[in-house]
Design a protein around this ligand. Structure first.
Ligand SMILES: [Zn+2]
Length: 453
């Protein structure tokens, strides 16, 4: 044992755990103890309070609470201890300081109650001496004998040594002295030196037996600040107690178990909350992207609004033009103008041999009003559209009817007055009808011009 304790160990502490956002496993070194002999290291470990802080994921950059505190032997590349970090009952700094202070005072506390403790402990042993000796290790029996100046027997087995000791002593005083000497290793090394903060109840039971482990853990004098730890250990030790007075201890064990279940649950919830925090952040990112998209779409909205504006302005202009025309009409009704006689329109196939025949089929079903001439015939001829005419000389009802009924308006500029032309343009503007200006009087040629434009 001695060389193990003297061997220097280089220990580092790490915060580890899976990222709550992307599940990547991360480790962050949080303390380097340096190369120390075991005893000194143990002392340092007692003194070092690791602050548990969020660690950064190397993969996704998220910060999250670590799951474990790992003590690693750097040279042997081996994890010595792996402690699950308990977030369920965070120890406040004051409590933590009081516990450390209590731990540091353990030798003084024991000294103060040492006499009472040993008295109670030997009393407990004497109640059932055979059972008490039955838990002693051979090395402890030898240490007890040596302290009392008894020559150890030639025992072949540990069991034989125990049997020998159970009948060896004649008085309680001898038994008490032997018991105290034999228990020096257990009480001094395991219980006192390590201290309540580091007791491993299950391991102690395995090595030293459950009777005395239970007694030591229940009655060893410790600082008030460490009593909560004692309660927890008792819970662990008496979970399956079946003895006569076991009811209360079983109850403590059950409560401790419940507490541990609650702690596990609380830890899971804390992790879940952290995972959801990242999920929410992810969703917020998506909402952000969606908002940006909506904003960029909204930026296209003004174009449509400008369009609406245009439509409104066009309407205003149209009515303005209409009012101007009405004004003009009032000022100069039928003002005679120096224009030629209205011509009879040419109904022949083309106005010239070199005019290419244009496909007029898109005019099918439409009405084309030609203002400034008249026709000799009333039928439709072989045009695909209906042709109406008005000479434009008088702004009579026929003139307006012709303009209103037309899908397409054609003005023969050589043969109508300015007033008629403005009337035609006004109707075209207000009714959104296409209007064309022609010089020629051949109908097919006029239609060709319309189609080509
Ligand atoms: Zn991550």
């Amino acid at each position: 044992m001695a060389d193990l304790f003297d061997r220097p160990v280089h220990l580092k502490a790490y915060l580890t755990g899976r990222c709550t956002k992307c599940k990547h496993y991360n480790e962050v070194m949080t303390h380097d103890y340096g190369n120390l002999p075991y005893r000194e290291l143990e002392d340092q470990m007692d003194r070092t309070n690791h602050s548990i802080h969020p660690i950064m994921c190397k993969k996704c950059g998220a910060g999250y609470p670590p799951q474990h505190l790992v003590y690693r032997d750097v040279d042997r590349k081996e994890d010595v201890v792996r402690v699950q970090i308990d977030y369920s009952s965070p120890v406040d700094p004051e409590t933590s300081a009081a516990m450390t202070e209590g731990h540091d005072r353990r030798y003084d506390i024991f000294k103060e109650y040492e006499r009472e403790f040993w008295a109670a402990y030997t009393g407990f042993a004497l109640e059932d001496w055979r059972a008490a000796v039955g838990e002693l290790l051979r090395s402890e029996i030898e240490a007890g004998c040596s302290a009392l100046g008894i020559t150890p027997g030639e025992w072949r087995t540990e069991q034989q040594a125990r049997k020998d000791m159970s009948t060896r002593f004649k008085t309680d005083a001898d038994r008490s002295a032997f018991w105290q000497a034999a228990n020096h290793e257990f009480i001094t090394d395991e219980i006192l030196n390590i201290g309540a903060m580091g007791w491993p109840p299950e391991l102690l039971v395995k090595r030293y037996g459950s009777r005395r482990t239970r007694f030591a853990i229940m009655y060893f004098p410790i600082a008030e600040a460490l009593e909560t730890l004692r309660t927890r250990y008792i819970g662990q030790l008496f979970r399956k107690e079946k003895g006569d007075n076991a009811f209360l201890l079983r109850r403590i064990g059950q409560l401790t178990e419940d507490m541990q279940k609650q702690a596990v649950r609380a830890n899971q919830l804390i992790r879940k909350v952290d995972e959801q925090k990242h999920e929410i952040a992810g969703l917020q990112d998506k909402v952000g992207v969606a908002n940006a998209k909506i904003a960029s779409l909204s930026n296209q909205q003004p174009a449509e609004e400008r369009n609406k504006d245009d439509i409104r302005r066009i309407r205003e202009l149209k009515s303005f033009v209409g009012e101007l025309l009405a004004e003009l009409r009032a000022i100069r009704p039928d003002e005679p103008e120096d224009i030629g006689e209205s011509p009879m329109l040419d109904e022949s196939g083309t106005d010239g041999a070199d005019t290419p025949t244009t496909d007029l089929s898109i005019l099918e079903g439409k009405t084309v009003a030609i203002i400034g001439g008249y026709r000799s015939r009333r039928d439709n001829g072989d045009y695909p559209c209906e042709i109406t005419t008005h000479d434009g000389r008088k702004h009579d009802p026929d003139f307006y009817t012709a303009l209103q009924q037309a899908d397409i308006i054609v003005v023969l500029t050589r043969f109508i007055s300015h007033a008629s032309m403005w009337e035609a343009r006004t109707v075209a503007a207000q009714e959104d009808k296409p209007i064309y200006y022609a010089q020629e009087i051949n109908i097919r040629s006029i239609l060709n011009t319309v189609v080509q434009k």
